[in-house]
Structures are given as structure tokens and as C-alpha cells.
Design a protein around this ligand. Structure first.
Ligand SMILES: Cc1cc2nc3c(=O)[nH]c(=O)nc-3n(C[C@H](O)[C@H](O)[C@H](O)COP(=O)(O)OP(=O)(O)OC[C@H]3O[C@@H](n4cnc5c(N)ncnc54)[C@H](O)[C@@H]3O)c2cc1C
Length: 491
């Protein structure tokens, strides 16, 4: 009797636990499978259909999705990673735009024409001038649009190759990319745009000379179709795909990367499979200030705000705010192919992003220049002399050694900091060929009906070398254009 009572109670407890588990599972599935717009969904295996499919949740994809939704189209975004944001999430330095209300408030006189000239010069005039003009003419509007939907871009600084202060970022110089992604993502949720995480687009469907949607795989490998009238490829670059990097530029074999692991060039593979043309695939940029041990990139804004680069003799060797290709080469020519990014407390106070580097333990620190030199095991006398000379150049507003055009502050306030840095793969300038409406072109130069692309997956905007701050301008401007064109072409 006692035995059967015990059995009954075990049975009851089991039923209770199972029903709780089933309840939870059902609830989870319901939430996840829910058509509730704006919710992150998982484990969806049934075929779907919508007006516009966007591949990728970086800045380009989210901006495109918002504009398509604004044009009253239904949008589904697929993202292969477990989080939104891609490389955009990693951007720290700023978003270049000329003629913004923010610049005006700060008394900075600038123009899209100057931005255009800097971009073409920085790209060694290899850029597609029509695409550059679209970017530089519309970057200010992109900033106003982002501010209008909730972004804080009130701090403006200068990044390499710019003739003016035009890199927009949040108050105090806080990291820009994560902020932009947060704002775009919140707006996408508010607008009811469905985002499928852990969902990899594997193929673009193409029939009767028209794009018909995509094939995707969920995280368990279940394949399903999303039929659509338009597909916007916003998959980012291929900086994390070392095979693809070496295929197009053998000299970069063995380099590390600053990119997130999803930057593998999938959009290029999928779009070329249906006839898309490519441009300038060999143009791949290294970023000069990456921590060799862990691949963590130190934003160019640190140099923009006054840091210098020194070698193991304690000497400067280059204009620190030159273009990335030139500064990278300069560092590779130094002993051990690395250098030290050197700055003081004043520079740290001018840029919030630096706090993170200190918290992460990336800096070597000293209460005096000599103490820091000792900790770095480099020549302290030379370093003290280098800093003295540099400060004289700041006062004279002329760098007599390396013609650095902008020296915003002296290096004179203890503590002193140094970070060992060297170049790593950073940006892939080549990619899909588009026109000024973000329509993807085939090898005959004609738009592929229903196919659009924006962001780092596209080639030609940055030519032979991308300027710091121009990628974010590019992805927001062309992301919005891709979204708008997809709507126009449907009507
Ligand atoms: C460390 C770092 C710092 C940077 N700092 C700056 C800066 O300060 N200023 C600046 O202008 N630029 C900066 N850049 C460059 C800039 O961040 C990128 O060029 C830009 O964000 C790319 O945006 P995107 O939307 O094109 O691609 P991404 O932001 O990379 O987004 C692409 C998304 O597509 C997803 N995806 C890829 N393939 C698939 C697939 N098959 N299916 C589904 N999803 C897929 C990816 O997972 C990713 O989430 C920086 C880059 C890095 C790496």
C-alpha cells in the first residue's frame, strides 16, 4: 500500500514537472515562433514570404530595413550570428559627415566637396567618383536621420586623412558603432521588423531573370525558403575569411584581423552565383593600431586626439594621422614590426573610448615618461626628447619632422600610457558592383532585377584605401538608398 502511494506520488510529481516543462517549452516556442513583429525569432523552419528580405543586421542592413518598412513593405531580416550588429558593433572612432547641424553648432566649417576630395585622395583616386559623391552629399542627412531616430552624435573629432573635424560620435567620444546599432535595433523593434537570429542565408533564389527570395538555414541546419520581391545583401566584408583574403591579395597571408567572425564574404559568394559583378577585390586595408596579442583594434581617434607613435628607440617615425596604408607600412618597417601608441592623461580625458583600453589592461603605464620607458624597455632619454620636441611643434603649430597636419594637444600630463600595436586586416574595399541606386549590377553592367546591396559587401566606394569614419557614412547612406530603391522598384 505504502509502496503504491509512493508510486502514485512519484507519478504525480513527474506529471507536474513534465507539464511545467511542456508549458515552458510551448510558451518558448510560441514566443519564438510568434508573428509578433520586432521579436527576435528562432527555430523557424517553415517556408515564409515577405516583400523584402534583408541579409545582415549591421548598420547597412538595419538602415535598409527601416527605409523599406517606412515605404510600407513587409521586411524580414536574417542574421547568421546570435547577436545583431556585425562589424558595425565594433566601430569606435566616428561617422564622417560634412555640413551637419552638429558641426555648425561647434563652429566647424566643412563641406561635402571637401569630404569628397579627401575621400578620393585617401582612396588613391581609385574610388568610383559617382558612388563617392552620393556618400559625401548624403552623409550629413544620414547624421540628421540618425539623430532624428534617437542617436547622440554630438562629439566631433578628426580621423586619418581628413582635412577637417567631421567624425561624429556620442558625447565625450564614446564608441559610435554600438550606439548606432542600439538605436537602429530599437527602431526596428518599434517598427515591427522581424529579425531571425542564428539564421544563415545560403542562396539567393533567381528565376525568370528576377530575384525571388532566399534559402536560409536555422542554427540546427534546417533549410527553409523566404520568398520575396526584393533581396538586400548587407552581409558586410570578408576580413575574417583568410582564404578569401589571400585568394585576392596574397601579400596578406598570415595577417590577423580586427573583424567579427561573421565577416566571411557570404554575400559576395551568393550574389556572384546569380551573375553579379565584382570590383577591386584585391583592395584590402590593414589597420595600423591593432594589439598583436589579441587582435583588439585601438581606434584611430586616439591618434586623432593627440597620441603619437614611437618605436623601440623612443622616436617618432611617421605622421601619425596619415592614411592607414601608409601608417601600417611605417609600423611594419620598425623593429619587431610593431610600435607603441603613446599618450598622456590629457588625451585619455578627451576620449571616453580610452577608458575601456585601460580597463582591459591593454596599456602599460608610468607616472613619468622615464618610468614608462623603463616599463616598455625602450630608450627613456630619447623618448623624453621626442615628447619635448613634439610639444614644441604643437606650440608652433608645425610638425618640422613629419608634417602632421593636426596636433590638438600637448603630451604633458601624468600619467603616461603606451599600447603596443601593429597592422591587421581591417576593411575589404572591394565587393559587389552597384550603381548609385544600390542596385546590384551584372557583368554586362545591368541591374539584376530585385537585388540590392549596401555596406562593406559593396566595392568601389573607398577605392584603394578607406578613410576612418567613411565606412559608417557609407553603410547608412547606401543602406537607406537600398531600402528606398527596393520600395520604388516594386511600385
Ligand atoms: C574594430 C572595427 C572598428 C571600426 N571602426 C570604424 C569607425 O570608427 N568608423 C567607420 O566608419 N568604420 C569603422 N569600421 C568599419 C565599419 O564598422 C564596417 O565597415 C561597417 O560597420 C560594415 O557595416 P555593414 O552593415 O556593411 O556590415 P556588418 O556590420 O559587418 O554587418 C553584416 C552582418 O551580416 C551578417 N551576415 C553575413 N553573412 C550572412 C549570411 N550568410 N546570412 C545572414 N547574415 C549574414 C553578419 O553576421 C553581420 O552581422 C570598423 C570596423 C572594425 C572591425
Amino acid at each position: 500500500m505504502r509502496k503504491s502511494k509512493k508510486l502514485i506520488s512519484i507519478l504525480l510529481v513527474t506529471i507536474l514537472i513534465s507539464s511545467l516543462v511542456i508549458g515552458c517549452t510551448k510558451k518558448d516556442t510560441k514566443d519564438k515562433d510568434s508573428e509578433d513583429t520586432g521579436k527576435l525569432s528562432e527555430n523557424i523552419v517553415e517556408d515564409r514570404s515577405t516583400d523584402v528580405v534583408v541579409i545582415g543586421t549591421g548598420g547597412a542592413g538595419l538602415a535598409a530595413a527601416l527605409e523599406a518598412k517606412n515605404g510600407e513593405k513587409d521586411v524580414i531580416i536574417v542574421e547568421k550570428m546570435s547577436i545583431v550588429g556585425g562589424n558595425t558593433l565594433r566601430a569606435t572612432g566616428g561617422l564622417n559627415a560634412a555640413g551637419t547641424s552638429v558641426q555648425k553648432e561647434l563652429g566647424i566649417e566643412d563641406s561635402p566637396e571637401k569630404h569628397f576630395e579627401d575621400t578620393m585622395k585617401g582612396g588613391h583616386e581609385k574610388n568610383d567618383p559617382e558612388l563617392v559623391k552620393i556618400m559625401t552629399d548624403n552623409a550629413a542627412d544620414a547624421v540628421e536621420w540618425l539623430i532624428g531616430i534617437g542617436a547622440d552624435l554630438s562629439d566631433v573629432g578628426r580621423l586619418g586623412g581628413a582635412s577637417n573635424d567631421r567624425a561624429h560620435r556620442p558625447t565625450g567620444g564614446a564608441p559610435v558603432g554600438s550606439h548606432i546599432i542600439k538605436v537602429l535595433h530599437e527602431n526596428a523593434e518599434k517598427e515591427g521588423i522581424e529579425i531571425l537570429l542564428d539564421t544563415t542565408a545560403t542562396e539567393i533564389l533567381y528565376e525568370d531573370n528576377k530575384v525571388k527570395g532566399i534559402v536560409a538555414k536555422d542554427k540546427d541546419g534546417n533549410e527553409f525558403k523566404i520568398e520575396s520581391k526584393a533581396v538586400i545583401v548587407a552581409t558586410g566584408g570578408f576580413g575574417a575569411n583568410s582564404d578569401m583574403v589571400v585568394e585576392y591579395n596574397e601579400s596578406l597571408k598570415g595577417f590577423g584581423t580586427t573583424n567579427h567572425p561573421g565577416a566571411t564574404g557570404d554575400g559576395i559568394t551568393m550574389a556572384t552565383a546569380i551573375g553579379a559583378d565584382l570590383v577591386q577585390m584585391e583592395e584590402i586595408q590593414t589597420h595600423p593600431t591593432v594589439v598583436p596579442d589579441n587582435g583588439f583594434m585601438i581606434t584611430e581617434a586616439v591618434r586623432g586626439n593627440g597620441a603619437i607613435l614611437i618605436n623601440r628607440e623612443g622616436k617618432r617615425f611617421i605622421n601619425e594621422i596619415g592614411t592607414r596604408d601608409v601608417v601600417s607600412e611605417g609600423i611594419l618597417a620598425q623593429e619587431k614590426q610593431t610600435a607603441f601608441l603613446f599618450f598622456d592623461e590629457g588625451i585619455r580625458e578627451s576620449l571616453k573610448a580610452i577608458d575601456k583600453y585601460v580597463d582591459m589592461g591593454l596599456t602599460t603605464e608610468g607616472e613619468s615618461i622615464e618610468e614608462l620607458a623603463k616599463a616598455l624597455d625602450i630608450n627613456g632619454e630619447n623618448l623624453a626628447e621626442t615628447v619635448k620636441l613634439y610639444n614644441e611643434y604643437v606650440d608652433a603649430k608645425e610638425d618640422k619632422e613629419f608634417s602632421r597636419p593636426d596636433m590638438p594637444r600637448k603630451i604633458e600630463k601624468a600619467k603616461y600610457y603606451a599600447i603596443e600595436v601593429g597592422p591587421a586586416i581591417h576593411h575589404t574595399m572591394g565587393g559587389l558592383k552597384i550603381n548609385t541606386k544600390a542596385q546590384v549590377l551584372n557583368k554586362e553592367g545591368n541591374p539584376i532585377s530585385g537585388l540590392y546591396a549596401a555596406g562593406e559587401v559593396v566595392g568601389g566606394v573607398h577605392g584603394g584605401n578607406r578613410l576612418g569614419g567613411n565606412a559608417l557614412a557609407d553603410i547608412i547612406v547606401f543602406g537607406r538608398i537600398a531600402g528606398n530603391t527596393s520600395v520604388e522598384d516594386m511600385e
